[in-house]
Design a protein around this ligand. Structure first.
Ligand code: SF4
Length: 238
């Protein structure tokens, strides 16, 4: 068979499989929320189930523990993920830990809009959850965007970090799409239910919650409180 036809056929099949995967995940979440409601516990369980369904990163990827160039990029997330992660933080952190995170977000916010990906590039801002050994402190509950983001060329990631600009990082598109899609599904399913549901800057949303913890309840009660964290355009960890 002609090589290009073979490649196109494989790409089409990949797209078909992705469409089935998305439809199944969408239906599973909708049915689950129909049955149990849209409380934070239920959203946490749904996020846990989706997390278990994420495929392992293929061995051909260049990513390894301690390589964290991409943990200096702005992260985009759905609001349910944000709220579930924030709740995990509150239950798993000391008051000093929360105070230190709040101090970090205030200082970072004084540099500019935390939703702006250029701010992260220009200031080489590390994610506040990256520890001194370049290990993610919230690894088990990190956003889907963090799980989806990977690279086939770590040197290019380093170059983008050092030059403070977005580069085209080679990756496995199907892996990325099939992982990041869980965030999109959360956004769509909650929007259908009437929630003010859209992508938000992870750290911007977190900074808002740290300043005003009642936002969780307000959002779950249908109020549009996260508009200041809304991301309009896609970005490097979308
Ligand atoms: S949450 Fe974890 S994986 Fe995601 S950017 Fe922060 S340190 Fe990196």
């Amino acid at each position: 068979m002609d090589k290009s036809k073979e490649i196109n056929g494989a790409a089409d099949r990949g797209q078909e499989l992705l469409a089935i995967h998305v439809k199944n995940a969408h239906t599973r979440l909708s049915d689950f929320l129909d049955q149990y409601g849209t409380g934070l516990d239920v959203l946490g369980k749904a996020m846990g189930a989706f997390t278990k369904a994420v495929y392992d990163l293929p061995e051909s990827a260049a990513c390894a523990s301690g390589c964290a160039w991409c943990c200096h990029l702005r992260v985009e997330t759905s609001i349910p993920e944000l709220l579930v992660i924030y709740r995990e933080l509150l239950t798993g952190s000391t008051p000093e830990g929360i105070a230190s995170l709040k101090k970090w977000t205030r200082e970072a916010a004084s540099l500019g809009d935390l939703r702006d990906e250029d701010l992260w590039y220009q200031h080489k801002l590390p994610c506040p959850f990256l520890d001194n050994n370049k290990v993610c402190l919230i690894y088990p509950v990190r956003p889907f965007a963090c799980r989806a983001h990977h690279s086939m060329d770590a040197a290019l990631c380093q170059k983008g970090y050092e030059e403070g600009r977005r580069l085209m990082i080679p990756s496995l598109p199907l892996y990325r799409a099939s992982t990041d899609i869980y965030s999109t599904i959360f956004i769509k399913v909650m929007a259908v239910r009437g929630f003010a549901s859209f992508p938000v800057g992870f750290i911007k949303g977190l900074a808002m919650l740290l300043e005003e913890p009642t936002l969780t309840e307000a959002w779950l009660n249908g109020k549009d409180v996260f508009s200041p964290a809304r991301i309009i355009k896609g970005d490097s960890r979308e």
